[in-house]
Write a protein that binds this ligand. Structure first.
Ligand SMILES: O=C(O)c1ccccc1N[C@@H]1O[C@H](COP(=O)(O)O)[C@@H](O)[C@H]1O
Length: 226
């Protein structure tokens, strides 16, 4: 079974290179001033040029307005817009139509009831991303290194490609993939030495562990018919 791997919150040319060399399928750039991974619009073109088709570029925003999204689209030319705020299904649909880019909507998950939002977003987004719901005292809506109960996604059956994020790292990604039925994984904090400081070694270790786990999953005998 192949999976997609996204390394998010890349800020420097050297860590972006590490993610690309390690085989990341998607690379994420955060534009959210409260984040330690925030990049200004002016910083994006140079990073964008380094990607050159080696991975999909993802622009991560949180409840951004149209002017901000327009500036990001012009500076990064993203393949995907990741919406990580409280964007309604109507807003997701409007962004997708206005900017003509595939949209990945992040959904915060803590309990089974949180899955009830899936149908409305699956109807308008190209992809879904299941992330841990932030705690009330978390400063960020994501990127907190917080996992959730991956068993909630065990029987997941959505009509869109789905990624898992929240507190993943090289040590737990195999367990996460063994429990959640998803098409990919997304990591930020788990490949850092400090908030906003990516570690090339951890990026390589994470991607190797995720690929190994996906291969094991593909090789495991199916229990579906028993
Ligand atoms: O990374 C950030 O700073 C960030 C800020 C605002 C919203 C989302 C953010 N990151 C995304 O959060 C998840 C989980 O990250 P982590 O591995 O638990 O740190 C991931 O999708 C990041 O793309």
């Amino acid at each position: 079974m192949g999976i997609e791997i996204k390394i998010c919150g890349l800020k420097t040319a050297s860590t972006l290179e590490a993610a690309l060399e390690a085989g990341a399928d998607l690379v994420g750039f955060v534009h959210f001033p409260k984040s330690p991974r925030h990049l200004t619009v002016a910083e994006l073109p140079a990073l964008s040029a380094r990607v050159r088709g080696r991975a999909l570029k993802v622009a991560l925003t949180v409840d951004a307005d149209d002017a901000t999204l327009a500036a990001l689209v012009a500076a990064l030319d993203p393949d995907i817009l990741q919406l990580h705020g409280k964007e309604s299904p109507e807003r997701v649909s409007a962004i997708r139509a206005r900017f003509g880019r595939p949209v990945m909507k992040a959904l915060p998950i803590a309990r089974r009831e949180d899955l009830s939002a899936i149908p409305a977003y699956a109807a308008v987004a190209d992809r879904l991303l299941f992330d841990a719901k932030p705690a009330p005292d978390d400063a960020l809506p994501g990127g907190n290194g917080r996992p959730f109960d991956w068993r909630l996604l065990a029987g997941l059956d959505v009509s869109r490609p789905a990624m898992l994020s929240g507190g993943l790292d090289a040590d737990n990604v195999a367990e996460a993939l063994s429990l959640a039925r998803v098409d990919g994984v997304d990591v930020s904090s788990g490949v850092e030495d400090a908030p906003g400081v990516k570690s090339p070694d951890k990026i390589f270790a994470f991607i190797a562990a995720a690929r190994r786990a996906a291969a094991m999953k593909g090789a495991a005998p199916s229990t579906a018919s028993s």
